[in-house]
Design a binder for this molecule. Structure first.
Ligand SMILES: [Zn+2]
Length: 443
C-alpha cells in the first residue's frame, strides 16, 4: 500500500511539473504593452538608426540609439542588484567590404548578460536589431523610423530583460541588440565570433526581426499567427554526417529545428491562444536575418516574426504614392501583438534557462527488431529523461515517454523504421532541455 502511494505521487509530480510552472504564467503577465509601446516609439524617434548614420548626436542616429539601449539595460540591472553585465561589443568594418559599406564603420552591438547560477558558460540568447534603413540601403541620413523593422524586436529584447531579471536561472541569459543587419548581417557575425572566442556554449539564439505587424500587404489580418523559421541541418555538418543522414534520417532534425520545435511547444503549452507556424526554411525566400551568422558557425538559432508582412512598410522612403502610405511608421505597429511575441520569447528563454543540459551523445539501434533502443549520456543535474518519437511525416514530437533516471531504454513494439526518435533531459524543477536527435548508431 505504501509503495502504491509513492508511485502515484511520483507520476503526479512528473506530469504537473512538466506541464505547468506557474512562474511561466507570471512571466507572460509581466510583459508590458505600455513599455513596449514606449520603447518602440523612443527608437523610431531617433530619426534614423542606419548603421552608417551619425554617432555623435544625442538625439539622432545610431550612436544615440545604442547609448539609450545600453542605458535601459543598465536601468534594468540597477533594479536587480546589478544582475546584468552590460557592455558594447564592436567590430570595425572597412569601406568596400561589400557595396553597402561605403565608409569605414564600427558595428556596435549592445550586450546584457544575466549569469547562470549553475552553468555560467551555457547561454540562451535573445536578439533584436538596432539599425534601420529606407529604400536605398546606403542612404544613412533620411528619416528611417524602422518602427517594425526592427524597433519591435529590439523593444521586445529590452522588455524580456526587465521581466526575466527578476528571476534566477541555472543557465546564462543574454539580451542582445545587434547592429549592421541591413548592411550584411555584420553585428550577428561579429557577435557569433565573440561567442566563439569566449568559448561560450550556446543553447540557442532566438532572433526577433519584425514582431509588430498584424495586417499583411494582401489584407490578411491576424494578431495570433506568427512564424518560427529554422534551417533543416547546420551548414557546418561534415560530409560523413551528410552521407549518414541518407541511411539513418535527420534531414529535418538539425539543432535549429529542435529549438524551433521547443519554442512551438512552449507556446502551445502556455499561450494556446497563439498560432505559431513552424516554417521549414532558414528564412523568408531569398532574404536574410541575424540568426543566420550564428547558424553559419554551427550554433542553433531561429527567427521569430510576424506571419503577415507588409512590404510597403519595409525598407521604404517615407512617402505617399498612388494612395499608398509608404514607410515603416510607428502607427502601423500593433503593440499588443508585439507584446505577445515578446512573451513567447520570455517563456521560451526562461524554460531553457531553467532546464538541465541536454544529453550530448544519443545512440539508437533496433535494425530488424520490433523495438527501438536508445542510449544516452548521464546528465548529473537531470531527474530523468524523456524519449520522444513521431511519425516520419510529422513536424512535431507527438509521442513521448518519461523513462526516469536511466541512460538506456527499449521501446518494445515500436518499429524503428516507422518513426523518428529523440531524447531530452528533465530537471528536478520539471523544466526540460531541447530534444536531441540520435547522433550514434548502435549495432
Ligand atoms: Zn530589414
Amino acid at each position: 500500500m505504501k509503495q502504491f502511494l509513492i508511485i502515484v505521487f511520483t507520476i503526479y509530480s512528473i506530469t504537473s511539473f512538466s506541464q505547468t510552472d506557474s512562474r511561466i504564467y507570471d512571466i507572460i503577465n509581466s510583459v508590458s504593452v505600455n513599455r513596449i509601446e514606449q520603447d518602440i516609439s523612443k527608437l523610431a524617434n531617433f530619426g534614423t538608426r542606419h548603421t552608417l548614420s551619425d554617432t555623435l548626436s544625442e538625439t539622432r542616429g545610431i550612436g544615440a540609439a545604442r547609448r539609450w539601449i545600453k542605458s535601459e539595460f543598465e536601468k534594468t540591472s540597477n533594479s536587480c542588484n546589478d544582475c546584468l553585465e552590460v557592455f558594447f561589443q564592436k567590430n570595425l568594418v572597412k569601406k568596400g567590404d561589400n557595396n553597402r559599406i561605403i565608409n569605414d564603420v564600427w558595428v556596435v552591438n549592445v550586450v546584457a548578460i544575466q549569469r547562470g547560477t549553475k552553468y555560467p558558460n551555457r547561454f540562451i540568447i535573445m536578439s533584436g536589431d538596432i539599425d534601420s534603413r529606407v529604400s536605398d540601403p546606403n542612404n544613412f541620413t533620411s528619416d528611417s523610423p524602422g518602427a517594425n523593422d526592427n524597433a519591435s524586436g529590439m523593444a521586445g529584447t529590452l522588455e524580456v530583460a526587465r521581466v526575466l531579471s527578476k528571476y534566477k536561472f541555472e543557465n546564462s541569459v543574454v539580451y542582445l541588440g545587434l547592429s549592421g543587419e541591413e548592411q550584411g548581417l555584420y553585428g550577428g557575425k561579429g557577435f557569433a565570433n565573440y561567442a566563439i572566442e569566449q568559448g561560450w556554449e550556446i543553447i540557442g539564439v532566438l532572433n526577433n526581426d519584425m514582431i509588430g505587424n498584424i495586417k499583411g500587404v494582401d489584407g490578411v489580418i491576424s494578431n495570433r499567427d506568427f512564424r518560427i523559421f529554422s534551417e533543416p541541418v547546420p551548414p557546418t555538418e561534415t560530409e560523413k554526417e551528410r552521407k549518414s543522414r541518407r541511411f539513418y534520417g535527420g534531414e529535418v532534425d538539425g539543432i535549429s529545428r529542435q529549438l524551433a520545435r521547443y519554442t512551438y511547444k512552449t507556446t502551445k503549452t502556455y499561450m494556446p491562444e497563439m498560432n505559431p507556424m513552424m516554417i521549414y526554411r532558414l528564412d523568408r525566400f531569398g532574404r536574410g536575418g541575424h540568426h543566420r551568422p550564428f547558424n553559419d558557425v554551427g550554433f542553433a538559432g531561429i527567427r521569430i516574426m510576424e506571419a503577415h508582412e507588409n512590404y510597403t512598410q519595409q525598407h521604404q522612403d517615407i512617402r505617399d504614392e498612388k494612395g499608398i502610405e509608404y514607410g515603416d511608421k510607428l502607427k502601423f505597429v500593433n503593440f499588443k501583438y508585439a507584446a505577445k511575441l515578446t512573451a513567447v520569447n520570455a517563456i521560451t528563454m526562461a524554460s531553457l534557462a531553467w532546464s538541465p543540459p541536454a544529453p550530448t551523445q544519443v545512440g539508437i539501434g533496433g535494425i530488424v527488431e520490433a523495438s527501438a533502443k536508445l542510449k544516452w549520456d548521464k546528465i548529473s543535474d537531470a531527474k530523468g529523461y524523456k524519449i520522444y518519437w513521431r511519425d516520419t511525416t510529422s513536424p512535431t514530437w507527438d509521442y513521448s515517454r518519461f523513462v526516469g533516471d536511466v541512460t538506456e531504454f527499449t521501446l518494445d513494439g515500436i518499429v524503428i523504421d516507422n518513426f523518428f526518435f529523440g531524447v531530452s533531459s528533465i530537471g528536478k524543477n520539471g523544466h526540460e532541455s531541447v530534444v536531441v536527435f540520435p547522433n550514434i548508431i548502435m549495432r
